[in-house]
Design a protein around this ligand. Sequence first.
Ligand code: HEC
Length: 147
Amino acid sequence: MKKLALAACICATAFVGIASTAIAAESNPAIVHRQSIYKVAGGHMGSLKAILFLGGKGDALYHAEAIKGAFDHMGKAYPAGSDVGETKAKPEIWTNMSGFQEKGKAAYGATLGLIEAAKSGDKAAQVEAFKTLGGSCKACHKEFRKK
Ligand code: HEC
């Protein structure tokens, strides 16, 4: 019984430790959530790079669908007030929301294109679709993300 309590105690401490480093000092849930979702998308892009360009083994369709899944779970990522804090979101997002959303739609469409390419199994088509998607991430970052 004593052992169990000790284990629980260690676990709780470790968990708090991990959680506090992962979310740093930012406490606005919208900012923490969207940054974490972007990290997920970025991670899958990294895996796709390994598969498509570095000869890595892996399932491109899984990663492409996971990026769509991440975007599907963005939720209301930029509510009023989430321009302040530990964020790289530029103020232009809120002054040009329709332009920002256009970039989001382009990236989402490119993700669907990558899924189709992955389903076809055609390597050249996947490389092309990956580049298109990567370009759409960059296009939004260039205009709406601080350096
Ligand atoms: C519609 C605009 C837009 C699109 C499209 C977009 N991003 Fe971003 N991204 C942003 C903004 C804005 C931030 C900064 C968010 C913040 O700090 O609050 C960001 C942040 C990030 C971050 C840093 C997260 C962190 O804080 O550690 C990564 C990684 C990232 N994006 C990857 C991607 C990838 C990969 C794609 C494409 C598959 C993508 N993004 C598409 C706007 C976009």
